[in-house]
Design a protein around this ligand. Structure first.
Ligand code: HEC
Length: 221
């Protein structure tokens, strides 16, 4: 379909400002059919001149709405929010919001006819050798496989409970992460987790992960 028939088809549904934009485009497209000196149609300059400043789609980003989804916490922990919690408080959170799926002690739950498998979250075995690549039956947990405590916070806050993601407060999240770290024998039971302490926690699997800095190969996209 060329530009002029598209403009005619949709004119009835468009605002007058949009219509003016399309008419401008229509006339410019006629002008664009002029031929460059080498005989090929020269459309580039006129197409740029015809681009409207706005397509009247979407709306300006509202900073309150944006702050609700701007919640990522990367390994550095730089954007961890204010708040704090320890394992004692975390057990209360875990018992009410997580245990029905992940088990009272974070042991996980196999799939059955009503649900998929719920991952085991607590467990440090195997402690030596990191043999996960050789044995796919080994179960990965926060304790034996997760490289950064900060991204446990990120994941739990962003994705859990899986039926109501994004509903946990920072205090609840720090507390339940503290419980997970304590049950996995990574931090002391009494340790308080907050934006300053969580970044200092070294996960057992931390050194098993390296940045992928390989060069070469095809560029994606
Ligand atoms: C309704 C069931 C359900 C509830 C409730 C729930 N989870 Fe999960 N959780 C899951 C499922 C399913 C997955 C696996 C998701 C996936 O692989 O995409 C998961 C994954 C996880 C993982 C990642 C495990 C891994 O090793 O990859 C963590 C950590 C976790 N949940 C923590 C929590 C915490 C903390 C709570 C409570 C605040 C919670 N979950 C509540 C079902 C649940």
């Amino acid at each position: 379909m060329n530009l002029s028939s598209r403009a005619q088809l949709s004119r009835g549904q468009l605002s007058s400002r949009a219509q003016r934009g399309i008419c401008t485009l229509f006339f410019v497209s006629i002008a664009a059919c002029s031929t460059a000196s080498d005989g090929t149609p020269d459309t580039r300059a006129s197409a740029a001149a015809a681009a409207p400043s706005s397509y009247e789609l979407g709306r300006p980003v509202d900073s309150v709405a944006l702050s609700k989804i701007d919640i990522d916490v990367d390994p550095s922990g730089a954007s961890l929010p204010a708040g704090s919690g320890n394992a004692t408080k975390g057990l209360v959170v875990f018992a009410s919001k997580c245990a029905m799926c992940h088990g009272a002690k974070g042991e996980g739950m196999p799939a059955d006819s009503t649900h998929i498998a719920y991952p085991k979250l607590v467990g440090r075995e195997p402690r030596q050798g990191f043999p996960f690549g050789r044995d796919p039956k080994l179960v990965k947990t926060v304790g034996n496989y997760w490289p950064y405590a900060t991204t446990v916070y990120d994941y739990v806050h962003r994705a859990m409970p899986i039926t109501a993601p994004g509903t946990m407060t920072p205090d609840e999240t720090y507390a339940v992460v503290a419980w997970l770290l304590s049950e996995n024998e990574i931090i002391d039971k009494a340790a308080v987790m907050d934006s300053a302490t969580l970044v200092t926690v070294k996960m057992p699997a931390r050194d098993k992960f390296v940045p992928d800095d390989r060069k070469g190969g095809a560029t994606f996209m």
